[in-house]
Design a protein around this ligand. Sequence first.
Ligand code: PRP
Length: 232
Amino acid sequence: MDESRSYKPEGFNSVIISDDTVFDKNLFTMPDEDYSEIDHICVPEGLIKSRVEKLAQNIYDDYAECSKVRRLQIFVIMNGAFQFFSDVERYIKKVREYKAQRLEYDVHFIKIKGYVNTESVLEKIDDAVLPEELIKGKDILIVEDVYDSGNLMDILYKHIHKFEPNSVKSAVCVYKCNPKNLKFDFQPDYIGFAVPGDKFLVGYGMDYNEHFRDLSHICVISKEGIEKYREI
Ligand SMILES: O=P(O)(O)OC[C@H]1O[C@H](OP(=O)(O)OP(=O)(O)O)[C@H](O)[C@@H]1O
C-alpha cells in the first residue's frame, strides 16, 4: 500500500471513485466565479443523486419496521451534511410512496466543527451539544457529508456510547480512503462514494473555510483555491 496517497477499500458497499477518475470541469456546468478555484469534478451531481436515492432506500428498508417501536433518531452533523441529508430525506419521502410501512423518524441538527484550514482540530463533544436524553435507549443514525481522518466519527461514537443508545449506525456521502483513518478500524454502515484520500473535496455541502458549499458537484479544490481562502 502506498501510504502517501490512498488505499483501496475492500468489501465496501459503495461506488468506488478511483485515483484516475477525473471529470473535466469544462464538460459540466459550474459558476464562473468558482472556475479557477476548482481543479476538477470528482463526483458529478447526477451520479450523487442516483446513489443517494439508493442509500435512502437501504435506510428505509433497514429501519421502517423497528421505527414503529422506537422512532429513528437522525443526527445530521452540521454544517457539511445539510445538502446530503436534504437529498436523503427527499428520497425517503419518495420511497414512502410505494412502501406499505412508514419510516418514523425525528431529525436533530447537531453543530460540530472539526476543521480549520486542512487540519482536524476537534478533541471532544460537549454534553450540552449532544445531551443524554437524545441518546439513551434510542436507535440513532448519524448523517455526515464526509469521513476523512475518522477523528470526528471516533469522538462522536465515543460520546454517544457513553449514554447507552439502543443502536448506532452512520451514513456518509463520501468515505475518503485516507491512511490516517485506518487506525480507527471503522466502517460507516451506508457509504455513497469511496474516494482517494489525497483529494481535498469541496461542494455538495463540503467547504474549505466556509467556501464552495453551494457547488452542485463534489469537486477537488485547486492550489489557487486553497491559497485564496486560507485562514491565517
Ligand atoms: O473524518 P474527519 O477528518 O474528522 O472529518 C470529517 C468532518 O470534517 C468536516 O467538518 P468541518 O469541520 O469541515 O465542519 P462542517 O461540517 O461545518 O463543514 C465534515 O463535515 C465532517 O464533519
